[in-house]
Write a protein that binds this ligand. Structure first.
Ligand SMILES: Nc1ncnc2c1ncn2[C@@H]1O[C@H](COP(=O)(O)OP(=O)(O)OP(=O)(O)O)[C@@H](O)[C@H]1O
Ligand SMILES: [Mg+2]
Length: 346
């Protein structure tokens, strides 16, 4: 278990003090994939650098399985760091070494004998899907392959925790998904705790169990991924969630919404969010049967997979002469445990 307790980190920069992380409280359970999402400068890297003692908190404590990281130095800190692997946006590979030699590197530092090193590195190359590429140099690899080397190297000393700092941000969407699938399978196979920091909600949605939203150094929202996607509370969280589940082009939706409202001034625009088995039930057609005076236009809809099942969103417009009918229909949806958010009333 990783625990951040009342953690703040202040840098003394030329321009004055920078409060990079402020009053952060976080519990990250073992064996889970925990996501931390935030815009550039939110303090994400500073936060996870405190996990391997590359930064120390100005106030508060960071503990891993009861060991306080800021209390460690010298050999104890070096040993603790061996228990944490890290992967980076720009891979940080050694360019003059082959794939297998890159993977061996942390084992050399840990003074593992040559024969064991080679065996271990070979096994890891296979685990990450690089069998046959062991003797290639990084310059001969694709971005996805380079990150696979980064992942294998991070796993070399059998860490308890894997930290990922924007590990897929330099990759195209397809390669991103392949690397995310690899992280997910490693998490399951090795029961490894993974802390992922990213500015992409796609990464959170695809592999994380829980998420925290970091804004200007503070955690403004946290919880299970599905809950946060279904009921984002803060404006910044809604913006992040919309990045992934919302319209591929929100401007188009806005245009459609205002056109619909001009045409039907008594209409109401609603966003419905449903998950898992709800997505398979004819909830909307049942609503129309129960409220026959309500008309419905579909604006747009989408469905996405999360670690806890499917998550769908549907933007609709409800039109009726009597507001009561619309209110009744919305109440009906709520009793079916569909999240209902009124975007605009005509
Ligand atoms: N060593 C440092 N000295 C001074 N200021 C720093 C230092 N490291 C980080 N900061 C500042 O702390 C804030 C948070 O930086 P951090 O790198 O943690 O953000 P981030 O969320 O990782 O951003 P990005 O997504 O761009 O990587 C920024 O304002 C940054 O300029
Ligand atoms: Mg960063």
């Amino acid at each position: 278990m990783i625990e951040f307790k009342d953690v703040s980190k202040t840098f003394n920069a030329k321009e004055g003090q920078v409060h990079a992380v402020e009053d952060v409280n976080l519990n990250i359970p073992d064996g889970k994939i925990y996501g931390i999402v935030g815009y550039s400068g939110a303090g994400k890297s500073t936060l996870i650098r405190m996990l391997n003692g590359l930064e120390f908190p100005t106030t508060g404590s960071v503990t891993i399985n009861g060991t306080e990281i800021s209390g460690l130095s010298g050999k104890a800190l070096r040993n603790q760091r061996l228990k944490i692997g890290m992967i980076f946006q720009h891979f940080n590979l050694l360019w003059s070494r082959t794939v297998i030699e890159n993977i061996e590197f942390p084992l050399e530092i840990a003074k593992v004998p040559k024969k064991q090193r080679v065996e271990k590195a070979q096994h890891l190359a296979e685990l990450v899907g690089l069998a046959g590429r062991e003797n290639a140099y990084p310059s001969e690899l694709s971005g996805g392959q380079k990150q696979r080397v980064g992942i294998a190297r991070a796993l070399a000393n059998d860490p308890e925790i894997l930290l990922s700092d924007e590990a897929t941000s330099a990759l195209d969407p397809q390669t991103t998904d392949e690397v995310l699938d690899l992280l997910l399978s490693i998490n399951k196979q090795l029961n490894l705790t993974v802390v992922v920091i990213t500015h992409e909600m796609h990464v959170i949605r695809k592999i994380c169990d829980q998420v925290a939203v970091l804004d200007a150094g503070k955690i403004v929202e946290q919880g299970p991924v599905l809950d946060v996607f279904k009921r984002p509370q803060q404006t910044i969280t809604k913006r992040f969630v919309n990045q992934e589940t919302g319209s591929s082009n929100l401007d188009d939706t806005t245009v459609v919404v205002s056109e619909l409202l001009t045409k039907y001034s008594n209409g109401v625009i609603v966003k419905l969010t449903f998950h898992g088995d709800q997505a398979k039930l004819p909830i909307v057609s049942e609503m129309l049967r129960q409220f026959p005076d309500v008309d419905l236009s579909i604006i747009e809809g989408s469905i996405h997979q999360t670690q806890e099942g499917a998550l769908g969103s549907l933007y609709i417009q409800l039109i009726a002469e009597q507001q009561d009918n619309i209110n009744g229909a919305l109440e009906y949806l709520k009793t079916m445990r569909v999240e209902v958010e009124v975007i605009k009333r005509g």
